[in-house]
Design a protein around this ligand. Structure first.
Ligand code: GLC
Length: 829
């Protein structure tokens, strides 16, 4: 007891304004020796409680609340599950406690209470600021940590501005997490639609991450108030964060997504091209658009219905006038190889007598005001031409409500809808200065009722969870496709995410790359910005350049606002139509590769569209690079992002690179200048890389039977797996896939490509296999297996032969039937 009084006396009260709340902070003072718990320690003093848990050898968790007990241990982001004993050792002395795992060492100074984390060699990774450490003010909690001059900071979800969140070297930025409907945002708007309170620190190639799992409005100060300090905190809830070790940034992402889950493998069709606008109607317009794609031979897989398909903008209805026969329309589109995705917002109209409203009311599924009355507010249905009215809002934080909502999709699926677009789920509310619900609105919070402050940032995530789980219940062997605007950490488990209402200008095209890479560095792998820009209208050139960059957005969709000019690939004259077609064709040629990289992302949490620093963390040139990116680990893409360019500079990191278009070899570690025309998409392949591709198809339904093309680039051996499955069902989770490893070996006189024996039980339709290798000069012989020499044929005859080889535009191409088994191809000089 005397010790505790002393602790109180030593507690430091510090006053400064590092948080937007400008609070008077009480910083944690002395703590007495901790209590040992399973895999952790608990510290207490009259100021509050701290627990430290070893989640696994590379992840520590810190919880603090200014109370004598911590609250319920509950997370909407972290996937529940038992983990093996992390095998941590605890040493408790009077002045400090030390926790050691195979990878990390945490030293906790007791007085004042400060935490420091080092790697197993003792190199300091993360330290509380000696002055402030953990602090609180009323219900606000915050922690201050040291920020070193050479630490780069990335992530924080969907953000505008620089990729490196540290921003200007010494004098960074601060970022808020509060999901916000921000129409036509600009590069300095913060926050926008998504909250992922996770950041990744990179310092001279060494990386770690911090995930602050707090759903309240939170704030991250990255060297903003003080150059040497990084702090984060929230307006309520606990200071509840995870320290995640690397040492390389990919490992940080893999570990972070072991906590918050990974994107499930998307259906193949959803990786094709999507055409959307606000809004295509009536049904004849959709048929016209679909017909145009097919007649003009521009590939496309999905067409989208925005709010005008609804009766009075009310979800789960159809406008009988504009869409008299939805099943007929969707069946006809499907015959053309097109899927239909429809928008469903979280705001059913308050319409007594209408089924979904009534069933929601009967099931007590809507959020309420503190006095128990229904919360109602204007959103789209309040702007309906006929019979406008307010909406009500499901309480997605209640499991029964999620189940009810998920069931509402049944008639849409029966009618032929293939995917669902959940929008306005920040939640957005019209005619109120905050743009969202009052903070006093009540939510169930999975059985522990709370107000909107705690649920706001997860409202979108929980809506997509309801949708995703509902679709899976309705069609248990079909991969759901859901797109959302708002989400939270872990949202990758339920949906693709797009960063909302951007603008048709070059700044937004450029900015999309940093934003999408930042989302990828926050665990969100299935992402894409509105191609062409949403607000306003792009020039022909901007639209073409945007489509070209969009070839490598994991989610590739054109979208534009109500009332803007047509924004289809053919809307800008025949010259641009040809360029736009070519861009979309490239997407389809590379689709087997895109699919394979997305599958890897689903297994590792390392995003498909990724900044160069993920592949080259030791190269400081990559740390702020946001005008070129990697797709997977083999493709480096440097799209043209400025108007009127005739060349663009490309940085090739150390190693060897091949020009995707010409096969020309480049030594890396240099910046090169690439001449460009309006048709150019500069792409480079890393030596040792293997690309899967196919001939152009008009939609993914045409893929079965197409030759599989492998481009094998000589170089240091790197693992390359060829992955395929049925693209649609969940059978792949039961072993129905085909995986083959490719290795290549280039000696002075020969080049050998070996495809290993398959694993998995899936077999594609019969087809040819074409292996190409960049080749200068003329080969003398091409041999397959143990010595069968293949005939040489002319380039334009190759595709009519069952087997043979040719030399075409810098590549030797070898064709034979795909046995789906082991294959060896040897090219002799
Ligand atoms: C929001 C969405 C936009 C959509 C519009 C109408 O602004 O962000 O994509 O077209 O609502 O539904």
């Amino acid at each position: 007891m005397r010790r505790l009084n002393l602790a109180c006396a030593l507690a430091m009260v510090v006053v400064f304004a590092a948080s937007p709340a400008a609070a008077q902070w009480t910083s944690l003072g002395a703590m007495s020796a901790p209590r040992r718990e399973t895999n952790g320690l608990t510290f207490r003093n009259p100021q509050g409680t701290v627990t430290i848990t070893v989640v696994e050898p590379n992840i520590f968790r810190v919880r603090f609340a200014p109370r004598q007990q911590l609250g319920r241990d509950h997370s909407y982001a972290v996937v529940p599950g038992d983990r093996p004993d992390p095998g941590a050792a605890f040493k408790i002395a009077s002045d400090r406690s030390v926790i050691t795992t195979s990878a990390l060492q945490m030293t906790i100074r007791h007085n004042p209470f400060r935490i420091a984390i080092a790697d197993s060699q003792g190199n300091s990774l993360d330290e509380d600021d000696p002055q402030n450490g953990i602090a609180f003010s009323g219900s606000t909690v915050r922690v201050w940590k040291r920020l070193r001059d050479d630490e780069q900071v990335y992530g924080l979800g969907s953000k505008t501005g620089d990729l490196n969140k540290r921003g200007r070297k010494l004098g960074g930025y601060n970022y808020t997490m509060w999901n916000s409907d921000t129409y036509a945002y600009d590069p300095s708007t913060d926050p926008i639609y998504v909250s992922v309170p996770f950041f990744l620190v990179l310092r001279a190639g060494r990386s770690h991450g911090v995930f602050f799992d707090n759903t309240f409005r939170s704030n991250f100060d990255i060297g903003h108030q003080s150059a040497g300090l990084l702090s984060f905190g929230a307006d309520g809830g606990e200071l509840n964060y995870y320290f995640i070790n690397g040492p390389d940034p990919k490992s940080v992402l893999t570990r972070y997504t072991s906590l918050t889950g990974r994107m499930p493998l998307p259906p193949l069709w959803s990786l094709g091209y999507h055409q959307c606008r606000y809004s295509y109607f009536p049904d004849s317009r959709l048929r016209f658009i679909a017909q145009n794609f097919r007649e003009r031979r521009i590939p496309v897989d999905a067409i989208w219905l925005d709010i005008h398909y609804l009766e009075g903008f009310n979800p789960f209805t159809w406008s009988a006038e504009r869409f008299p026969d939805p099943p007929g329309l969707m069946a006809d589109l499907r015959k053309l190889g097109l899927r239909t995705v429809v928008i469903i917002d979280p705001h059913p109209k308050k319409a007594p007598g209408w089924g979904p409203y009534d069933s929601g009311l009967a099931g007590d599924h809507y959020v309420k005001n503190p006095d128990g009355s229904l919360y109602e507010a204007p959103v789209w249905p309040s702007q309906a031409e006929k019979d406008p009215g307010p909406s009500v809002f499901p309480d997605f934080s209640k499991p029964a409500t999620r189940e009810w909502w998920g069931g509402l999709y049944a008639p849409l699926l029966t009618a032929g809808v293939a995917g669902i677009w959940n929008d306005m789920n920040e939640p957005a509310i019209f005619d109120t200065p905050t743009g969202t619900m009052p903070l006093t609105v009540r939510h169930d919070n999975e059985g522990q009722p709370t107000d909107h402050r705690a649920i706001h940032n997860v409202y979108g995530l929980l809506m997509t969870r309801a949708t995703h789980e509902g679709l899976l219940r309705l069609q248990p062997n079909t991969r759901p496709f859901v797109l959302t605007r708002a989400s939270y950490a872990g949202g990758q488990r339920y949906s693709a995410i797009w960063p909302g209402d951007n603008v048709s200008d070059w700044t937004h095209l450029r900015g999309s790359i940093a934003t999408l890479m930042g989302m990828g560095l926050s665990g969100l792998s299935f992402v894409g910005s509105d191609i062409g820009g949403f607000a306003e209208a792009p020039s022909a050139e901007l639209y073409t350049r945007w489509l070209q960059a969009g070839v490598f957005y994991p989610f590739m969709r054109t979208h534009t606002a109500f009332g803007t000019p047509d924004q289809e690939p053919w809307s800008y004259g025949t010259y641009h139509e040809a360029l736009n077609r070519r861009a979309i064709e490239l997407r389809y040629e590379l689709l087997p590769h895109i699919y394979k990289v997305m599958r890897e992302a689903s297994l590792t949490g390392v995003p498909a569209l990724r900044p160069l620093l993920l592949e080259f963390p030791d190269d400081p040139n990559t740390y702020g690079m946001e005008d070129q990116f990697m797709f997977g680990s083999d493709l480096l893409v440097a799209p043209v992002l400025r108007e009127g360019m005739t060349e663009r500079e490309v940085y090739l990191p150390k190693g060897e690179w091949f020009d995707y278009w010409t096969g020309q070899r480049h030594r890396g570690g240099v910046r090169i200048r690439v001449p460009v025309t309006l048709a150019s998409i500069p792409i480079f392949v890393r030596a040792g890389g293997v690309l899967m591709s196919q001939p152009v198809v008009q939609h993914t339904g045409e893929m079965p039977g197409q030759p599989l093309r492998l481009r094998v680039y000589p170089g240091p051996p790197r693992e390359a797996g060829l992955y395929e499955d049925d693209g649609e069902s969940l059978d792949y989770t039961r072993g129905e896939w085909l995986l083959r490893q490719v290795t290549s070996d280039a000696a002075e006189r020969t080049s050998t490509v070996e495809i290993g024996s398959p694993s998995g039980s899936y077999r594609p339709a019969p087809r040819s296999l074409e292996v190409s290798v960049p080749w200068a000069g003329e080969p003398s012989r091409v041999v397959v297996g143990d010595g069968q020499a293949l005939p040489r044929v002319a380039p334009d005859a190759l595709r009519t032969q069952a087997s043979g080889w040719t030399v075409d535009q810098g590549f030797v191409i070898v064709r034979q039937p795909d046995s789906f088994g082991a294959v060896r191809v040897t090219i002799e000089r």
